[in-house]
Ligand binder design. Structure first.
Ligand SMILES: Nc1ncnc2c1ncn2[C@@H]1O[C@H](COP(=O)(O)OP(=O)(O)OP(=O)(O)O)[C@@H](O)[C@H]1O
Length: 332
């Protein structure tokens, strides 16, 4: 099987190199009213959380991406281009098919809805306005600790859920009619696929594993359906694909980072992760600009998903076709 990818990150690759090569190039798109997403995909214990979160000393993709978003905002505002920007964030996990707000521990399963313009929304999800990277850092780190983790045979701190950070950049003209454009950036640390012959999971761990494997299976079915571009799109078969629906179909600039573990016992997982990657790479998307044509009737910083009356209307853009960028990152 021939596997093509855009970048290979080996054992010596630094977090900075992963970010610069595979993530930074797609970030400017969200300033033009487009969506972007970065996924870490791969078997349990292969290093997805390490790649996305990193550590205090070696921050991963998420903190680096948010820092870059603020640096782009600063550069645009300095350039006095006549636009102003607001940055908001939401953070959630999908655990056992329940969508939980990581900024509101103990919250109930939240619904996923589609508005009349086919944007995916989560009513009731906390959205926090951010004024700086420092503010993000202060809020994000404690919320990350709310994610469900547990020890398994293959990973002492295994994530039992998919964690999804959503950064929304709204750009509007300083003077009326404002014409706000929203760009969404999804930073997704998927739970790892689990071969329960290796994990020996039982009880609750086995139930979690079933939910994880089922939603990853649905993700691969969506990818397959997008590839052949016909037939039923099984977005509704899992919370993960339903939530990411407007980021898996043709409006998105994506980077898929595949974490693989080179040990022989993982060879089946490695093969299937690379197979998934190959299919993802074949998807051709047609990104479009999300421009809100009517002036919003909500206050700046207020969350339209929480019941405001913004009426977004998508406008087809003229962007050329492009496929997601793919990077392979083996666990060192
Ligand atoms: N490139 C790397 N360099 C150093 N340590 C790493 C690297 N990749 C992973 N690790 C370490 O390996 C362990 C497992 O990694 P991590 O928790 O990121 O895996 P995961 O793919 O997110 O697993 P799960 O799907 O079970 O949550 C952690 O202790 C992590 O710090």
């Amino acid at each position: 099987m021939e596997i093509r990818f855009d970048a290979f990150h080996g054992q010596e690759t630094t977090q900075q190199e992963v970010f610069l090569t595979s993530v930074k190039p797609i970030l400017p798109h969200i300033f033009n009213g487009r969506n972007a997403s970065v996924f870490a995909y791969g078997p349990t214990g292969a290093g997805k959380t390490h790649t996305m979160l990193g550590s205090q000393e070696e921050p991963g993709v998420i903190p680096r991406a948010v820092r870059e978003v603020f640096s782009l905002v600063g550069a645009q505002e300095e350039g006095q281009d006549g636009w102003e920007y607001s940055v908001g964030m939401s953070y959630l996990e999908i655990y056992n098919e329940k969508l939980l707000d990581l900024f509101s521990p103990g919250s109930q399963d939240l619904p996923v809805r589609e508005d009349k313009d086919r944007n995916i929304i989560v009513p009731g999800l906390t959205r926090t306005q951010l004024s700086s990277f420092a503010e993000f850092d202060t809020l994000f780190i404690p919320a990350s600790l709310n994610r469900t983790t547990a020890s398994t045979k293959l990973n002492q701190h295994s994530s039992r859920s998919h964690a999804i950070l959503l950064i929304k950049v709204v750009k509007s003209t300083r003077r009326p009619p404002h014409r706000p454009q929203t760009g969404k950036l999804y930073l997704v640390d998927l739970a790892g696929s689990e071969d329960n012959r290796l994990t020996g999971n039982q009880g609750m761990r086995l139930k979690e594993s079933g939910a994880i494997n089922l939603s990853l299976f649905t993700l691969s079915k969506v990818v397959e359906a997008l590839n052949i571009a016909r037939g039923r799109m099984p977005y509704r078969d899992s919370k993960l694909t339903r939530l990411l629906q407007d980021s898996l179909c043709g409006s998105i600039d994506s980077a898929m980072i595949i974490n693989i573990a080179p040990e022989f016992r993982y060879h089946f997982d490695t093969f299937s992760a690379l197979n998934f990657a190959t299919k993802s790479k074949q998807i051709v998307n047609r990104p479009f600009v999300r421009e809100t044509v009517l002036a919003p009737t909500i206050a700046p910083g207020e969350d339209p998903e929480a019941g405001g009356s913004v009426e977004p209307q998508n406008k087809e853009g003229k962007k050329a076709e492009q496929s997601p960028s793919l990077a392979i990152h083996p666990h060192g």
